[in-house]
Write a protein that binds this ligand. Structure first.
Ligand SMILES: Nc1ncnc2c1ncn2[C@@H]1O[C@H](COP(=O)(O)OP(=O)(O)OP(=O)(O)O)[C@@H](O)[C@H]1O
Length: 539
């Protein structure tokens, strides 16, 4: 006789409410059914062997009463009548009768009891007259996705198998409830309950399955799912839409950016160091748990515009394969909205706050500098509603408050053109663990760009360019622009032209650089004046 199919059922029950169900009462009955299952498990093992039977129920709003009726009946039957076939038969008839009664009473036929057959999986598990069933809730769970990935990558997929799985939410979260279905999913449904089927295995494998196999499936599935998935770029919606709450939270697009660390122009040593750091972080689960730190790391990228801060974020993402959450702080209403956004971030994530110095007034005051269009926008809407009230302390909490430790690994990346403007508290080590300066193009960076754009490693004009790069400031963005062949199909013919253009731009950049210094000086003076003004007592 085939393993696990000889001597009856080991009963296991799991109920969960659908998102439309009443959470409180569904929680109650879920607990009660758990009790029923544990009650059974506490009974002598020889009464219940081998097979696992999983029950889950879909129900919508207003069905709590039915469920409660079912659960109390099931519990009574299972706990009080422990003989295997009898208990299960009674339980199934309890389900049938209770829901039928409920349906009849809803149809005005109270008292008329009709039989209702739950479909059996006859082709697979002939368990006497007791059908193995799983009443399955409809929500796709993370575990489901993981297991599905695992199966689709394994030999099981050849047989077109389906698998239903979820964490045991009432427990520690480490138990996986799993049900596999060889056939198409719907077996039957009644009163909003859907029925699916099954995972079975021999009694002697029970520990192995529960302790390691399910974990293995889950981990493998997650890894495969991660590899196959399409990465997403999320951005937060404005918190100001009081008409449509669905617009709040995050929305996303598929994210594909070609930048990698190979294509980034920067000092090779520095580059290698960053890559090593990122890889160590992504593999650091055990380390972080050992030292008692949440698994997250902060990067501050700073430097003039066009030096590759955004490009580096894309390269980081291509290296780590995380989702990117581009957080627009000015669209976040207040600290509590910020916390909600944080809690909605699931899975491995790079959370990006670009131009952090422009996002909020880091001295705790409202940001004064508004451009004209913002002012106009404010006039149209209510000032109170549209102005972000995220504070520095709200942001610090976002970075390393207790909430920030929820979820999987997180990389937090801030970018700024003016690092000196940032509050030291915001960027101190521990919050922003790595401070990375992205600067003007040097010769090593130029060689990377020449290879990327023109496909060359050397040229007679390189020497001249090297000399000029040592003397003058030019951003990688400007170098890239000059190296861009005007006709993509004629790269070879364009090399000379492009390099000559770059030399020309470099000659001009000397003047630009001097002008840039003047601008920097002016900006610093303006900042000092502003600080003095704000420190002065208001009249
Ligand atoms: N270090 C770099 N390596 C390769 N390409 C670069 C680099 N820096 C800039 N570029 C090129 O210049 C363009 C603009 O760069 P990017 O947007 O990353 O700069 P940024 O520092 O984020 O600028 P901003 O501060 O204005 O946001 C990129 O699309 C890329 O093609």
């Amino acid at each position: 006789m085939e393993e696990g199919r000889d001597s009856g059922l080991d009963l296991y029950i799991e109920l969960e409410h659908s998102p439309t169900g009443g959470p409180m009462s569904s929680f109650c009955w879920a607990k009660r059914l758990k009790l029923a299952a544990f009650g059974k498990q506490a009974m002598p093992q020889h009464n219940f062997k081998h097979q696992i039977l999983i029950f889950q129920v879909i129900f919508g709003a207003g069905r709590c009463k039915i469920i409660e009726a079912i659960s109390s009946k099931v519990m009574a039957e299972v706990v009080l009548r422990p003989s295997k076939d009898e208990a299960i038969a009674n339980m199934l008839s309890a389900l049938t009768l209770t829901t039928e009664r409920e349906r009849e009473s809803r149809n005005g036929n109270a008292g008329k009891v009709g039989g209702m057959g739950l479909c059996s999986d006859e082709r697979n598990v002939p368990l006497g007259n007791v059908p193995p069933v799983l009443l399955q809730h409809s929500r796709r769970s993370e575990a489901y996705a993981a297991v599905e990935s695992y199966l689709s990558a394994s030999s099981c997929s050849k047989h077109d198998r389906r698998l239903k799985a979820d964490y045991d939410r009432s427990g520690s979260g480490s138990t996986l409830i799993l049900a596999m279905d060889d056939h198409e999913e719907v077996i039957d449904s009644f009163s909003g309950a859907k029925l699916f089927y099954r995972l079975s295995f021999h009694h002697r494998n029970r520990d192995r399955v529960a302790k390691s196999y399910l974990r293995h499936v889950l981990d493998e599935g997650k890894a495969i799912g991660l590899k196959n998935r399409v990465r997403r770029l999320y951005t937060n919606n404005t918190s100001y839409d009081s008409y449509d709450f669905r617009k709040l939270g995050w929305s996303h697009v598929h994210f594909e950016h070609p930048a990698t660390f190979e294509t980034i122009a920067m000092d090779p040593e520095k580059k290698r160091d960053i890559v090593d750091d990122l890889i160590a972080f992504s593999r650091g689960k055990e380390f972080y748990s050992r030292v008692g730190k949440p698994w997250k790391r902060g990067y501050l990228l700073y430097g003039p515009p066009g030096t590759g801060k955004s490009t580096m974020i894309a390269a980081m993402d291509n290296l780590l394969d995380y989702d990117v959450y581009d957080l627009e702080l000015t669209a976040v209403k207040n600290n509590s909205a910020l916390r909600k956004l944080l809690l909605e971030i699931s899975g491995k994530a790079i959370i990006v706050l670009e131009d952090i110095d422009c996002s909020l007034d880091l001295s705790g005051k409202r940001k004064k500098e508004k451009d004209k269009s913002e002012e106009e926008e404010k006039k149209i809407g209510s000032e109170e509603n549209t102005e972000s009230k995220v504070t520095l302390s709200g942001l610090l909490n976002f970075i390393d408050g207790l909430w920030s430790a929820c979820g999987e690994e997180r990389l937090l990346v801030f970018t700024t053109n003016f690092v000196e403007k940032l509050d030291p508290a915001l960027i101190r080590r521990g919050r922003m663990d790595r401070h990375i300066e992205l600067s003007y193009c040097d010769f090593e960076g130029f060689k990377v760009l020449a290879r990327n754009y023109l496909g060359i490693k050397d040229h007679t004009l390189f020497e001249k360019i090297q000399r000029l790069l040592e003397e003058r400031n030019i951003t990688p963005a400007d170098v890239a622009e000059n190296l861009m062949p005007k006709k993509i199909t004629e790269v070879a013919g364009s090399v000379e032209v492009c390099l000559t253009n770059l030399i020309q731009a470099l000659m001009e950049s000397k003047l630009k650089s001097a002008k840039g210094e003047e601008e920097m000086l002016e900006a610093t003076v303006a900042k000092v004046v502003e600080e003095k003004e704000s420190a002065a007592p208001s009249t």
